[in-house]
Unconditional design. Structure first.
Length: 163
């Protein structure tokens, strides 16, 4: 779990470096939204674009680093686990909590990688004379949803009825 947390923190630092590096290079008005063909159809100020990115990264960081431990203390926590009587039994609760913390970090990593890659594509588009979003966005989003599907399948497989 330590290496997952460290990798998650590394990605948070990477986003800060990405923002610090590219902010001075960007024009004052950026293409911030693109249509299905990659053509810009929405614009934002440079400050607004990078502020929103920073807020998204901070929210993802807070959600995936602090929410799991906070939610463990909530009375509604047990309702969210399939076959909770088995998995939250005293002899298994620590193992279950560790599993949930680790897999929340994995999801946090997936979300941060998505944010970094998508924002890099938007930044690259804005560095061009005529901004056009790279078609790699479809592979990135497909990979993201593929990771979500695999994660959900693994989650429910792990918490299946063991009896």
């Amino acid at each position: 779990m330590i290496w997952l947390r460290n990798f998650f923190l590394f990605l948070l630092v990477l986003t800060a470096i990405q923002i610090a590096y590219y902010y001075p290079q960007m024009p004052e008005v950026l293409a911030s939204h693109f249509d299905i063909n990659g053509k810009p159809n929405g614009w934002a100020s440079k400050q607004g674009f990078f502020t929103l990115y920073g807020v998204i990264v901070i929210m993802v960081g807070a959600i995936f680093l602090f929410l799991p431990r906070w939610s463990e203390k909530r009375s509604s926590f047990a309702r969210k686990i399939p076959n909770k009587i088995f998995w939250l039994a005293p002899e298994r609760i620590e193992q279950t909590l560790l599993f949930l913390r680790c897999h929340m970090l994995v999801m946090g990593i997936v979300h941060l990688v998505l944010a970094v890659l998508v924002m890099q594509l938007a930044i690259n588009a804005n560095l061009a004379v005529s901004p056009v979003l790279n078609d790699k966005i479809f592979w990135i989003i497909s990979g993201y949803f593929g990771c979500l599907a695999v994660w959900l399948l693994y989650y429910f497989h792990h918490f299946r009825n063991p009896l």
